[in-house]
Design a protein around this ligand. Structure first.
Ligand SMILES: *Cc1c(COP(=O)(O)O)cnc(C)c1O
Length: 406
């Protein structure tokens, strides 16, 4: 067979395998902007797919902040900050994060993925131990692998196993460092980590904590500053990661902590050193997003978001909560895709989340609510889900009222 033939066969076999398992994706083409609605090829649909929890991705002040930079002619950063320097927009963004988080310093990265994969290997290496929650985001898993440290996974939010792992780590690697990695709000399940318990354990065992606040920033805590702030424990978390592409409505991420942490990352995080800095207009947009999050307008948007969450929880028979992520666990990949398509035909865009985003066999619809949804949107969604419930085969119903994943 020709080399060309080999190559094409290889690709089509891989793709066929992905299709067979119900895991093939061909992301729809969107026109217009992120918001209450999105314009898909099928037409305009209500958007329950986005992490733009406060609607800031199309907020005029965020757009204007980017435009101001662009109008000055600043489209690209030109190089890595270590080569070309730090723009005022990056500095402003980092000062904003540090001040809002009550930390000494912050450093920005081009994405959450880059922040994690830059930061964790800069802190840990062979001879150290990284303890990961079972449901950790892929970028945290990849970062831990990249570090070369010994990795131990603990069952989701299980403090007693975490304590056993900590004991094991300090005996097995008496000279090594131990880093616990957890998320404030788990992205595909919508539950929070037991932060006070984790902090008590890490202090008892001399470990450090990397807290990924991706889905908490903007959504919970005083001035929307996340779970560490909500618990009043910010000064006891060594490394606080926040992403700027979710509630902040822009793009990028920051790591906040001590001045030394910032300096160390600037000097050793490979994703910062060997990658072009985020464009200044993106940093400016993110800073504007954060300023709204922390403002009375942000407070008002969170209040609206909480009203939508409470109404939806009531309609589907769930207990009250503060997190706008609602997984509807279905298990089967193909059925989940069919349900998502059924909702789309009703004008509702609720994505089917499958492996590798979640474990095989734990596929789910993932509903995200935002502050820009109207009360009627929530009712429409709850009714459509209920209709879906009735149509599923016996024994495989969408268990809306007692979701097994929580
Ligand atoms: C989205 C997400 C990230 C990655 O952030 P990006 O800026 O999108 O790369 C990291 N952690 C969690 C928990 C996330 O949900």
């Amino acid at each position: 067979m020709s080399v060309e033939g080999d190559w094409t066969t290889f690709l089509s076999e891989r793709l066929d395998d992905i299709r067979r398992r119900g895991l093939f994706r061909d992301p729809p083409r969107l026109t217009g902007t992120q918001g209450r609605h999105v314009q898909r090829p099928e037409g305009r649909v209500l958007n329950f797919s986005s992490n733009d929890y406060l609607g800031l991705a199309s907020h005029p002040a965020v757009v204007d902040a980017a435009r101001l930079e662009l109008d000055r002619g600043a489209a690209g950063a030109g190089s890595s900050r270590l080569v070309s320097g730090t723009f005022e927009a990056h500095e402003r963004l980092e000062a904003t994060v540090a001040s809002l988080k009550g930390c000494e310093a912050a450093v920005s990265f081009s994405s959450g993925y880059a922040a994690a994969t830059g930061c964790i290997p800069a802190l840990c290496g062979p001879g150290d131990v990284v303890l990961l929650d079972k449901l950790s985001h892929a970028c945290l898993v990849d970062a831990a692998r990249l570090s070369g440290a010994t990795i131990r996974v603990f069952p989701h939010n299980d403090l007693s196993v975490l304590e056993n792992r900590l004991k094991w780590a300090s005996q097995r690697h008496p000279r090594g460092r131990i880093l616990i990695v957890a998320e404030s709000v788990y992205s595909m399940d919508g539950d929070c980590c037991p932060l006070d318990g984790i902090i008590a354990l890490k202090e008892r065992h001399g470990a450090w904590l990397f807290l990924d606040e991706a889905h908490a920033l903007g959504v919970i805590g005083p001035r929307g500053m996340g779970l560490a702030a909500a618990c009043g424990l910010g000064d006891r978390v060594e490394i606080q990661m926040g992403t700027l592409g979710k509630a902040a409505g822009a793009h990028g991420a920051t790591i906040a902590g001590s001045r030394h942490l910032r300096d160390l990352l600037v000097n050793s995080a490979r994703s910062l050193i060997f990658s072009t800095a985020p464009p200044p207009h993106v940093a400016a947009a993110a800073a504007a997003g954060l300023e709204i999050i922390a403002s009375p307008e942000g407070e008002h948007l969170r209040l609206k978001l909480r009203e939508r969450i409470a109404e939806f929880a009531r309609l589907i028979g769930e207990t009250a909560r503060h997190i706008p992520i609602f997984p509807v666990l279905l298990g089967c990949e193909k059925r989940t895709v069919a349900c998502s398509a059924g909702l789309l035909a009703d004008g509702l865009w609720v994505p089917a989340i499958r492996f590798p985003s979640v474990a095989r066999g734990s596929a789910r619809l993932r509903v995200t609510l935002t502050a820009v949804h109207e009360p009627a949107d929530i009712v429409r969604l709850a009714e459509a889900l209920r209709r879906l419930d009735g149509k599923l085969p016996e024994g495989n119903v969408v268990r809306l009222a007692d979701n097994p994943s929580r």
